[in-house]
Design a protein around this ligand. Structure first.
Ligand code: ADP
Ligand code: MG
Length: 238
């Protein structure tokens, strides 16, 4: 028996209108993501990678086509249901860290537990501490973003994304603003999430170290999938 995909995008198209010009950014893209895999989307700047990630995660509505995530057709959900679905099942990591400046690392992570299924305060704190420990920031959890390096901020953002043990993790260029050492730490965390926790990770990245850990690499060009390679083929050709 084959496992059903975690995410199925079918014939996804999306255009943006700026002023009088309409630009089609995704041209009927179909992409299925298998559960527990680390799938990466690569391709030139402006090829539609972030747009595709946003559409597949329900952050952006396609003009046409459908997205099923964990068996649920996202297009059919109301705004509230979609928010609920994402709170329960999805974690997001972006290039900018999007942390609250006035809150400590711990408070930023705790915020993720405030919405969705209720957790009592003691359990929430314990889980947030554990998530920060996992990214190596246990000792720095009471610091605010201004007191943390870029790499540490991204690790807080990842702890916040993973604290609810989401089944789906979306990461848009998670290492591109980081130095090499911090980039490696972030890669190890993402790899670990897919490898040992069964998290389905869909990312956009050009980082060769992350590509090396990917189960599959999909190349986008001008809003179309031009290549779709499994890891063993990548090994053979690189
Ligand atoms: P990538 O992530 O591969 O660099 P994007 O998906 O961010 O590409 O963008 C693809 C194209 O769509 C770019 O030309 C970009 O300017 C355009 N685009 C993306 N988002 C918007 C938006 N919200 N409004 C207008 N144009 C957009
Ligand atoms: Mg992008």
């Amino acid at each position: 028996m084959t496992t059903p995909p975690a995410i199925v995008g079918k014939q996804l198209s999306r255009s943006f209108t700026t002023g009088k010009t309409e630009q089609t950014v995704l041209h009927a893209v179909s992409l299925s993501v298998l559960p527990g895999e680390l799938t990466l989307i690569i391709g030139p700047s402006g090829s539609g990678k972030s747009t595709l990630l946003s559409v597949l995660s329900g952050l952006l509505t396609p003009d046409s086509g459908t997205v099923h995530a964990l068996g649920i057709e996202l297009n059919r959900l109301s705004r509230t249901e979609l928010d609920q679905f994402r709170l329960e099942n999805c974690g997001f990591v972006f290039q900018g860290f999007n942390l609250f400046a006035s809150l400590t690392a711990l408070e930023n992570v705790l915020l993720a537990l405030k919405y969705g299924p209720k957790v009592d305060p003691a359990t929430a704190t314990a889980r947030a501490r554990e998530a920060l420990d996992e990214v190596g920031l246990g000792a720095r959890m009471h610091l605010r973003p201004t007191e943390l390096s870029g790499g540490e901020k991204q690790r807080v953002a990842i702890a916040r994304a993973l604290v609810k043990r989401p089944r789906l993790l979306f990461a848009d260029e998670p290492t591109s603003a980081l130095d090499s050492q911090n980039g490696q730490i972030v890669i190890d965390i993402l790899h670990h999430a897919a490898q040992t926790q069964g998290t389905t990770v869909l990312g956009v990245s050009h980082d060769h170290r992350l590509i090396k850990h990917a189960d599959r690499v999909v190349t986008l060009e001008d809003g179309r999938v031009v290549m779709d390679q499994r890891a063993r083929h990548l090994m053979e050709t690189t």
